[in-house]
Design a protein around this ligand. Sequence first.
Ligand code: FES
Length: 272
Amino acid sequence: ATGTEPHPNSGGVRSGTRAAITAPHLRTDRWWLAPAATAAGLLAFVVYSTWRAFADTDYYAAPYVSPFYSPCLAERCETMRSGPNWEIFGGWWGISPAILILIFPLGFRLTCYYYRKAYYRGFWASPPACAVAEPHKKYTGETRFPLILQNIHRYFFYAALVVAGILTYDTVLSFRDEHYAWGHMGLGTLVFLVNIVLIWAYTLSCHSCRHIVGGQLKHFSRHPVRYRAWQWVGKLNARHMLLAWASLVSVALADFYVYLVASGAFDDPRLF
Ligand code: FES
């Protein structure tokens, strides 16, 4: 066998219009390492964030509010006296208020072009890696329900801008001490600062953002401001994957920091 006869399974990527290669793939490197590491990293975040989202406790330690729980949209987080407190869901909301918030950053990341690649490869093996045929018989891409819903990414981007704005506000409020006097800076403030820089960098590096900033123009020369902004966003966009991971880790760390302080496991060291 030369390895190029038509594959007995003629569906999907084995169809007649594709290269007739019988070998599962011709790669000799450890191609599985990247999707396996990606899946492990994403799984770790899913486990951690699910625990924290449903924990419904230890998300506030003056002046810090966990990014998973801000803004507060239900009455049940009334003990939270830092950060935006809009109890628009009132008292009937019986489960963790984090669920009301996390829909937006979660939707943003789930529909993100990079994360799509990451979890299609890591969890669905569709495809597992470059030049490794996927095991599925059919491939419809994102042309049908439910994956066609990935197209709402742009709207999640708008929501992500609001979320980043709120987390910026929380970061500003973290420059107070536990009695809400301004001029304080704790280790938590630093954690929040790093997190918000990474959240903004990730949000602005979004492919939808790049299109909103510089798309649908016929002449860049007639739009110098947008051209400049597009170049800047483009530089961030080139690092989108890195920023996706860095901000995922930093938001989990910011939440974990608040958890440690709120649960009494750790005292926030004061820097000044
Ligand atoms: Fe990744 Fe928009 S493409 S956040």
